[in-house]
Design a protein around this ligand. Structure first.
Ligand SMILES: Cc1cc2nc3c(=O)[nH]c(=O)nc-3n(C[C@H](O)[C@H](O)[C@H](O)COP(=O)(O)OP(=O)(O)OC[C@H]3O[C@@H](n4cnc5c(N)ncnc54)[C@H](O)[C@@H]3O)c2cc1C
Ligand code: FES
Length: 260
């Protein structure tokens, strides 16, 4: 479980940044540990017994000087609805940082990273982009959404590199899928991606014949979040081990590692 631990964070800001998409800033000592992009927190939505389970949400951005964490989530069901309704000033119970994030330590100045995000897979790419740029890595992002009113984080990512936006219905940016734009980005040497399984599967398929360095972050329903309950297993393409736990072995895996 590494250096992950439990703590109380206080909500200091909350706003709806796109349709049904909520951005929340939290402050607390626990944030000091959150220096690896791609990790997540496991947050208790409310202090009552319903819902009983925590909800996993990616670390979107961190300000280590101010001990401030940003998360961005879509209101899906009971847990995220409750979180969205929690007033500024409330203390929330958080476990984290959890999981293995995106490997970036071996990246060098002059590398070119392609970041690909779909929907609520986009948030972890912001902290990743910031870290990469600080290491001298050129960053190009392709982010995809259903329609114009669901688009978020375009400006923040544009501050760090080139950004392409796609929408399925063509109401903003390019009409189509994120993968349609891959030919536009030349000479990247590492790919980092987070989004829905069909998107990650398409990416895996595109590069199955090529030896491209890439990493995929998977989302799965979780129980414990720390590797104890086996609620989050996924199949892997390896002979010695058939399954891995998304919460503790992931959520980030090498491009060819997981069987989607
Ligand atoms: C490592 C990780 C990081 C995540 N980061 C983010 C994030 O940054 N922003 C964000 O909006 N969401 C993120 N998610 C998804 C988020 O955890 C779910 O949307 C949330 O748990 C739903 O809880 P709920 O109580 O609102 O909905 P529920 O009532 O539990 O479910 C409502 C709907 O959401 C679906 N759902 C529930 N959990 C998941 C899940 N884990 N993945 C996909 N679909 C799910 C259900 O099938 C159902 O259709 C992440 C998930 C993981 C595993
Ligand atoms: S959520 Fe319990 S093992 Fe992953």
């Amino acid at each position: 479980m590494g250096k992950s631990r439990k703590g109380i964070l206080t909500i200091v800001h909350k706003e709806e940044i796109a349709e049904g998409i909520i951005r929340v800033e939290l402050v607390g000592e626990l944030v000091k540990e959150m220096d690896e992009p791609g990790q997540f927190i496991h947050i208790r939505p409310g202090m009552g017994i319903d819902p009983f389970l925590r909800r996993p949400i990616s670390i979107c951005d961190v300000n280590l000087e101010e001990n401030k964490l940003t998360i961005i989530f879509r209101v899906e069901g009971k847990g995220t609805q409750l979180l969205a309704e929690t007033p500024v000033g409330t203390e929330v119970d958080v476990l984290g940082p959890l999981g293995q994030g995106f490997p970036i330590h071996h990246r060098q100045s002059g590398d070119h990273a392609l970041l690909v995000g779909g929907g609520v897979g986009v948030p972890p790419l912001l902290y990743l982009a910031k870290k990469l740029v600080r290491q001298g890595v050129k960053v190009t992002s392709i982010i995809g959404f259903g329609e114009k009113n669901q688009v978020f984080l375009e400006d923040e990512l544009a501050f760090l590199g080139t950004v392409y936006v796609t929408t399925i219905d063509g109401s903003y940016g390019y009409q189509g899928l994120v993968t349609d734009l891959f030919p536009q980005v030349k000479k990247w040497n590492v790919l980092y991606s987070c989004g829905p399984i069909p998107m990650l599967k398409a990416i895996q398929h595109l590069f199955k014949e090529e030896e491209k360095e890439g990493y995929l972050s998977l989302e799965q329903r979780m129980g414990c979040g720390v590797g104890a309950c086996l609620a989050c297993v996924c199949q892997v393409n390896s002979s010695e081990k058939k399954y891995k736990k998304i919460c503790s072995d992931g959520p980030v895996f090498a491009l060819e590692e997981v069987a989607l």
